[in-house]
Design a protein. Structure first.
Lengths: 623, 233
């Protein structure tokens, strides 16, 4: 009996950090509509800064708790600074664009943490007076767990008072519903947003700081917590603090008991819970449906797509000619880089296909890229298949994943849809990561050999040409689809679900097929990638790769068809250039942030505006 | 007091307002009349700063305000009551009023919740009711009360009579008359000519983004040809 009670209490104590991080994320998203990917980095900073402050203050009661509180405040200030210096400049950009900037912040913070605190994991200080264990019916429970259990309700009550009993809280709740109207009533949104960022980041920092005695501090905390925080926010319902609390407890308890029954399931469990909740309650446990167009974030209507004018077509032919001639002039290094660029261009185009014209944002597109990669790799390993048939059949696995995941995802919309794609991608990643016997787990599948004619040990030219032909054809095919009746129906569903229904389009089926087609294209890119690298790793399905694709699309410009290609070229090239330096993440992050500030419409959006008229794009559409 | 000249507004590629000019004197109630899609709401939204004009001038008390953020314009003394009401549905009546509250202005008696509950007795009963669970008429009263909490000197009312029951429309007309008596300047957009004649001193008619007529309400009522050209459906 005591054992089970302790298990319940352990679950409650691990819910604390989760709740703190998730509530901060939820508050920030609710008011500013910024999906703050850097929220995990704030959590990590909270742990590191608390570690240093406790060192500085001494390990007495005042030093320990003072260090934790001050660390939280410091992280809050960092969040506010990020908002003022970076995000404030890009609120007018298309929806979700701001997350690119927050991705840059992740990279910058990763390297700053590495520089300041080193690569070694830090073991947290123990809380003075709470170092022992409490005996509960014969089973010991660390005394600090009791402190953690007490923290969540206290913070929850504090937040409730803040939001319901102060003018600032009332303004925040009003802004969550209709921030434009709040502005028209004389409230300066800029300071409301900064305040919200301060509060949200402070909560993340507090979450990182309080878990220090239990979990310590390490450089992987940021990505490890961010997916969990998203799940908690979505399960609880966007913008609902109480929902976040409920979801954090639910998930932490399921984890505490799931680990007893079926230890392998823990990585997947949380995402399965999310999938189940969203299928039955698409707006989370305590959330309410998002009314479209009520947030003051409509922006100008989507531009119609137009076939490329003659000069753009000529430029396209010139690019193909350049690619065809490249092997004559360039050495193997340039060819390898161009292979990467072509593969990621196709990957980005496949994501843009559903994100732009399809109106469905995916935060987990790497699932299908990795699906194609592992599809091909498994065929080579277990079916003695040759390169040609593995490349052709590999994307079938991506198609199956996209069909299954897509069936659930297309029933949602907006951020909920994005989060569900992230959850499914994480499930796929966990399976690959943990199913050692079949996928090789973390060690991956090695020796994915190419056919003799494409052997890159001799020359990269044949494989390069194969990649160029396949990627260019796939991209042109997706482009062609956009101008077919299928593409028109897809855009109709994006622009008005209701009217599309009324004119006889089966919206769900349409979106499902589009989602699958996009997944297959990503799978083609993945199966090419696995041969170009000669191995398959779980990284090919991981969150960072999904985010990379997202950054390419948004950075290039989600409103233009060339955007994802421009974004993929820029991002892959910059990453290749910069990753030769020490602390390259810092500089890559900085480069991304500067690009975001310089091109709030995306790079292609910017090019379209200034070069568009020369290429025969009508002036008023180029704006 | 409020002066708009050469106003041009685009929405995406569409030219919504072309060379709009109008003015409202202190203490006046002016109606901006026109059919659906004529550009009435766009005009008001440009004045309050929710839309950024491509060209033109907007002056309030002689001070240029075009292109400024809406909270700055609001704090200068212009209140805005949107067409779709846009109450904060999860917030109570009192909380909705709190969001609208701004510091009192020198030289003007400031609005308090008590004074507003005198003006809108229905709301007094519903202080702690979430705005989302009120009738359309009650919500319309609440948006006006919310805007008055900012102690504006001029109020922009976007189609105040739209979608209201006849008896509530009566109340609305009485309210506007009351505001005029309290010294407020009012610019309202309307499709309902009869309502406008009850409350307005002067009128402009807008069609396809251009001002087509300007005159006193009496002159407009006497001019059958103008009314049939621009207003009747």
């Amino acid at each position: 009996m005591g054992f089970y009670i302790v298990q319940v209490l352990t679950g409650l104590s691990s819910a604390a950090a989760l709740f703190l991080v998730a509530s901060g994320l939820s508050i920030i998203f609710g008011v500013t509509r910024v999906v703050n990917l850097a929220h995990g980095s704030f959590y990590m900073l909270g742990a590191y800064i608390a570690y240093s402050l406790i060192d500085l203050f001494g390990r007495g009661g005042l030093g320990f708790w003072g260090g934790i509180v001050l660390a939280a405040v410091a992280v809050g200030m960092i969040g506010a600074i990020v908002e003022v210096l970076i995000l404030r400049r890009v609120y007018q950009a298309p929806e979700l664009f701001q997350l690119v900037a927050t991705f840059g912040v992740i990279l910058v913070i990763q390297d700053i943490a590495l520089l300041v605190w080193g690569a070694e994991d830090l073991v947290g200080h123990r809380a003075p007076g709470l170092t022992g264990a409490v005996d509960i019916m014969g089973t010991p429970l660390p005394a600090y767990d009791l402190a953690l259990i007490a923290i969540s309700p206290v913070v929850l009550a504090g937040l409730w008072l803040l939001f319901n009993r102060t003018r600032w809280g009332t303004l925040v709740r009003a802004a969550t519903q209709d921030r434009e109207m709040v502005g028209a009533l004389g409230v300066n949104q800029a300071w409301l947003f900064t305040g919200t960022f301060f509060l949200g980041s402070m909560l993340a920092g507090l979450g990182g700081a309080v878990q220090l005695p239990k979990g310590g501090a390490d450089l992987l905390m940021d990505f490890n917590v961010i997916a969990a925080a998203f799940v908690v926010v979505v399960v609880g319902g966007m913008g609902s603090i109480f929902g976040a609390f409920l979801a954090a407890v639910l998930i932490a308890e399921l984890n505490a008991f799931g680990i007893l029954v079926f230890p392998e399931i823990t990585l997947v469990l949380m995402f399965l819970v999310m999938a189940v909740v969203l299928i039955f309650r698409p707006w989370g446990l305590l959330g309410s449906p998002e009314a479209p167009g009520q947030k003051g974030q409509q922006g100008p209507p989507e531009q119609p797509l137009r076939p490329a004018p003659v000069r753009v077509q000529m430029a396209g032919v010139a690019v193909v000619g350049f690619l065809a001639l490249l092997p004559v002039v360039a050495g193997p290094f340039a060819l390898v880089l161009t292979v990467d660029i072509l593969i990621f261009a196709l990957f980005a185009v496949s994501l843009h296909f559903i994100m732009g014209p399809g109106g469905m944002v995916s935060f987990g597109h790497a699932a299908y890229f990795g699906g194609g990669a592992y599809g091909a790799a498994l065929l080579i390993h277990y079916a003695n298949s040759n390169m040609e048939s593995a490349m052709a059949l590999g994307p079938v696995l991506a198609a199956v994943l996209a069909l299954v995941f897509g069936w659930f995802c297309v029933r949602l919309s907006g951020v909920y849809l994005a989060m569900l794609t992230l959850a499914f991608a994480q499930v796929a990643w966990s399976v690959v990561f943990q199913w050692n016997d079949v996928t090789g787990g973390d060690d991956g599948l090695l020796y994915i050999v190419k056919s003799a004619w494409a052997d890159t040990a001799q020359s990269w030219v044949p494989f390069y040409l194969l990649t160029a032909v396949l990627c260019l054809s796939a991209m042109l095919f997706l482009r062609r689809v956009l101008f077919s009746p299928f593409g028109y129906a897809m855009r109709a569903c994006r622009d008005s679900e209701l009217r599309s229904h009324a004119i006889g389009i089966n919206v769900l089926e349409q979106r499902w097929l589009a989602f699958t087609l996009s997944g297959v294209a990503a799978g083609v890119a993945g199966s090419l990638y696995v041969f170009s690298k000669g191995s398959a790793f779980p990284d090919y399905m991981s969150i960072p790769l999904s985010f990379d694709a997202l950054i390419m699309v948004l950075l290039g410009g989600v409103k233009t068809l060339l955007g994802p290609i421009v974004g993929a070229v820029t991002f892959t090239w910059i990453q290749d250039e910069i990753s030769r330096f020490e602390y390259w993440r810092f500089f890559l992050g900085l480069a991304i942030i500067l690009l975001v500030i310089a091109f709030p419409q995306g790079i292609a959006g910017f090019g379209r505006r200034y070069l568009g008229p020369w290429f025969g794009i009508r002036a008023e559409e180029a704006q | 007091m409020l002066e708009v000249t050469r106003l041009h507004v685009f929405y995406g590629r569409a030219h919504i307002l072309a060379d709009v000019a109008l003015s409202v004197d202190k203490g006046e109630v002016v109606a901006l009349l026109g059919r659906n899609g004529a550009g009435k709401s766009t005009t008001l939204k440009s004045v309050i700063g929710l839309l950024r004009p491509a060209d033109g001038e907007i002056r309030f008390d002689g001070e240029p305000i075009a292109g400024q953020p809406s909270h700055v314009i609001c704090r200068k003394g212009i209140g805005y009551v949107p067409e779709e009401r846009r109450v904060f549905s999860d917030l109570t009546v009192l909380e909705n009023l709190e969001v609208g509250r701004q510091a009192p202005r020198t030289g003007l008696p400031s609005w308090t919740t008590d004074r507003l509950f005198d003006l809108f007795p229905n709301l007094a009963e519903l202080r702690t009711r979430p705005a989302g669970r009120m009738s359309g008429g009650e919500q319309q009263m609440l948006t006006i009360a919310r805007t008055l909490m900012g102690n504006p000197r001029a109020v922009l009312l976007d189609e105040p009579s739209e979608g209201l029951a006849p008896v509530i429309v009566e109340q609305m007309a009485a309210t506007i008359t009351e505001l005029k008596r309290a010294g407020l300047t009012v610019l309202l957009s309307e499709q309902n000519l009869r309502f406008a004649t009850r409350v307005a001193d002067r009128a402009y008619i807008i069609e396809k983004g251009r001002i087509r007529y300007e005159g006193t309400m009496d002159a407009l009522m006497a001019d059958e040809s103008v009314r049939s050209a621009y207003l009747t459906v």
